[in-house]
Ligand binder design. Sequence first.
Ligand code: 13P
Ligand code: ZN
Ligand code: NA
Length: 283
Amino acid sequence: FIVSSKNLLEDARKGGYAVPAFNIHNLETVQVVVEAANELNSPVILAATPGTVGYAGEDYLINIMKAAAKNSNVPIAYHLDHHEDVEAIERSIKLGAKAVMIDASALPYEENIAKVKSVVDFAKKYDVSVEAELGKLVGVEDDLVVDESESQLTDPELANDFVERTGIDSLAVAIGTAHGLYKSEPNIDFERLEKIEKKVDVPLVLHGASDVPDETVKRCIELGICKVNIATELKIAFSDQLKKYLKENPEANDPRKYMKDAKASMKELVKKKILLCNSNDKA
Ligand code: 13P
Ligand code: ZN
Ligand code: NA
């Protein structure tokens, strides 16, 4: 069955590792992530943005997740990533989603709190874990586009107030990572992360982990990151290999064949990220 991410992240916090959250888009990408997690005995979070839910359909997605969980020996959490629409969240929760991110980070502080709190109140009734973001990441995540000038790092002095007043289960922090790829190496504010970790009592989440050097991700996990979000790198691994295959096999027309190498290439990367998070053998 599908689990909430609350216990997964609490265990990760105690164990000093992180649970990877992989953005999926369709049956194939779910299969890849679940196979890799099973082979490495890792708990795993499958994340769907509103763009993905719109593309695949909420009913299709939730039932693919249920099938994934049924065919799995490791805990599978289905997570609604960067959701802003409260009604869409409530619909998916009623269908069986057990983990959500309500992203109200574009709103002023008090409005962010009020919106997040309303989702937490609803989610609690269904045993659903809630993540929210304080601060704002730059970059592009589907329809969410945040310009450099709008970006805002998480204020450690507000973090605990935000967590306590909203009642969230995990906090997404803005410490210098960005959605998508980087123009130059990301400048991560480790000191800020340390301060936030000392002040709040819930697991912390790192968004934008694609294209962040491994050593930097590891340091973030040491400093208290318990969930690492990865999207862009997986899309690249899959599509690069798909393009290569179709170029070498221009007559190919069978999706069961032409996606095979693409899936294998994405799976290899998923495994690398699981090992990076050190969540292998923690299921
Ligand atoms: P990347 O695309 O940079 O991996 O970011 C993923 C993310 O934060 C999903 O919420
Ligand atoms: Zn994100
Ligand atoms: Na990134």
